[in-house]
Design a protein. Sequence first.
Length: 300
Amino acid sequence: MNISLLSRHQNLVSLIAACLSLSISLSFGLGQLKDWQEISWLDILGEGSIALLSLFWLFFILISRPPGRVTTGLVLGLSCFMFSALLDLFDEFVHYQAAAAGLSLIESIPAGIGMLVMSYALWHWHQEQLALNRQLCRREANMREHGQIDFITQLYRADYMRGQIDMQLRTKDDSPFSIMMLDIDNFDRFNRQFGPQEGDRLLREISELILMNLRTTDLACRYAGDRFILLLPGTDLTLANELAQDIRQAISHLAFKPYEQASPIFHSMTIATEVARAGDAVDSIISRVNRRLDDSKQHA
């Protein structure tokens, strides 16, 4: 539960408050209170439960999701449904005058509109989950060794990568595989200027961007500090360099905004690739791509 997310949904919170206020104003402003003997408490229990649960659902959406199209659609649709539920609840307490009798007839209309909006939002939520699942497959390379996951980036650590490279080297087929090493340029200076918390957030965003540009068979791990290592099965050096270029361009367009700073900061990455050779060991191929990366940074 992340209550702090509520501060990022001020417009949606205002929308929910407006729906509550409008339903109360319409019902009690246009109607007259019933006598206690006329009130059906069983109906109030059922209709009140629907309205209250709608409000709970809205609360949990707002503390569970960041701002975005899906969140807005879910809240907008559920707010319309809650508005109808409140009108349905409040008319158990009031008699409407002849001029306002139509209010009870149209109370189901917002609910229908809300269901349509929520259906649209749920479809986009489904597409969002499919994208997240694809990233999860890329991240885990079809294996779940959660004890070896880096806390900051949620990628696997270097030890896990060493085991996966060793497995590739032991396979009997002749298909090539490549190793890619990536390093964020001027990351130390960024860390000093904006602090380690913002540095960690930058590492997380870059790791997600790397994952989005990988295939389902590839594996990305955090090697050390601001350095990442990628395993690219069935990939020769030419294709590896093409993938490196795609990642480099994606990172260069990342408009990262440090906390309380309006203008974005753009970053670049130094990337080196190496293809596995006959007789390679894990340390030899990692050492080779590390040296190539260091040489590239020195001559940049």
